[in-house]
Design a protein. Sequence first.
Length: 212
Amino acid sequence: MTTVAVVSALPAVRAGLRALIESDAGLRVVREAGSVSALSVPADVVVIDVEPGVSAQDAIPLRELAPAVVFLGAIAGARRLIAGLEGRPFAYLPRDAEREAIIAAVQAIVQGLLVLDPVAASDLLFPPTLEESLSANTAVAAGENGADQLTLREGEVLQLVAEGLPNKTIARRLGISEHTVKFHVAALMAKLGAGSRTEAVHLGARRGLVSL
């Protein structure tokens, strides 16, 4: 049995990740925390939902808590990750990675392998251009907080929720598992501050995120 700790600032995302991970009989979540610093129970793997602004320096405490780490989302200064983790195996995936990709990554890094999604890992392999850096700074100055933005997949799920489709139909429409749909619904509700699917649709419509 592989033990897993889950880290996310959003309770709904932590719950979604727990359900997603424990859908595999060989994995068990032994700890949930809102931040890396709040983790206290060692685990074989830490799965961390990376909030915007998290840096490689923030990941260093993970060295003491788990021999392997799965990062879901981009990390500022990600090129320092390898040195910061001192040779520990890790996975670097998009924040909206599918259930199958997350579970496969956990299983792979337990075996000592490195897992890099081609898109998510681009900042590990290539430094941003001056133009990209300026664009990012402009977005921050304009108040575009990434924590309030839905991923492309979350936007797709929200649109289908707005059309009144149940999770099973959404999963079939998008070619993903129902567990993954539940995770995305939990994440987008947390980001929108919604207490129900209906409220999420209304808030999404007000922000121009869905068409009714």
